[in-house]
Design a protein around this ligand. Structure first.
Ligand SMILES: CC(C)(COP(=O)(O)OP(=O)(O)OC[C@H]1O[C@@H](n2cnc3c(N)ncnc32)[C@H](O)[C@@H]1OP(=O)(O)O)[C@@H](O)C(=O)NCCC(=O)NCCS
Length: 198
């Protein structure tokens, strides 16, 4: 499990690097609680790359956000404090409800249960293979749990991330609408060793 202070750094990197994402709109305090919950819930994984005390990047994934939400609710007072500004924004509240109630509903059937939720590398450390190592570490952590495939939902606006996932061997499997307005591509990463042994 990661050091307590790292959740705030992960949240700040998420907010800076994945700024098109809806979660970033909920603010750094909410993201800090969310990444703590992801790290502490048994069904999800947070992997960080820290070098000389600096966060270079992180990846998160899991097999369902139910336990993560339950963990968040255990931190109710902090959660309310973090979301206080959002509670006065009907548009953001509507989008939270959409995410909680409709995630995956428009996605095709037969998708992997596991998902890469987010990956980001600090701009100072990009192009050095940090994301490649984080991605491989998540794949290995899933494999340790007997999970051989996972999906990734990537917004249309994130072209570099799409290029990265293709490079890692994930394949586009469908197009979906996550929150009404934004289009996304759903990639699937499969353990090809099972299909074509060397
Ligand atoms: C996508 C991201 C995580 C890649 O991080 P990175 O550490 O620079 O990636 P790596 O150095 O490990 O790159 C591995 C391969 O991915 C591909 N790739 C990475 N970034 C790319 C880019 N901007 N454009 C095209 N291809 C890219 C390259 O083929 C690279 O291999 P190569 O160096 O042999 O050419 C990083 O750009 C980032 O944090 N982006 C913002 C956050 C984001 O969009 N996250 C995804 C949404 S959840």
């Amino acid at each position: 499990m990661a050091d307590e202070a790292v959740y705030g750094e992960v949240a700040a990197l998420h907010a800076a690097a994945i700024d098109q994402g809806f979660l970033s709109e909920l603010g750094p305090r909410f993201l800090t609680l969310l990444y703590e919950a992801i790290d502490r819930s048994p069904a999800s994984i947070l992997i960080v790359d820290v070098e000389a005390g600096r966060l270079r990047g992180f990846v998160s994934g899991g097999t369902g956000l139910g336990p993560v939400y339950r963990h968040l609710l255990k931190r109710f007072p902090a959660l309310i404090g973090a979301l206080w500004p959002v509670l006065f924004s009907p548009r953001k509240l509507r989008r939270i409800a959409e995410v909680l109630l409709h995630t995956g509903k428009q996605a095709p059937a037969d998708l992997p249960a596991a998902e890469l939720y987010s990956i980001a590398v600090s701009p100072d450390f990009r192009g050095q293979g940090v994301a490649e190592r984080l991605y491989a570490a998540l794949r290995a952590a899933f494999a340790e749990r007997g999970i051989a495939e996972f999906m990734i939902v990537v917004g249309d606006a994130l072209a570099p991330a799409q290029a990265f996932y293709r490079k890692m061997g994930a394949e586009p499997a469908a197009r979906i609408q996550v929150h009404g307005d934004a289009g996304s591509v759903l990639f699937v990463d499969r353990d090809r060793r099972k299909i074509s042994p060397p």
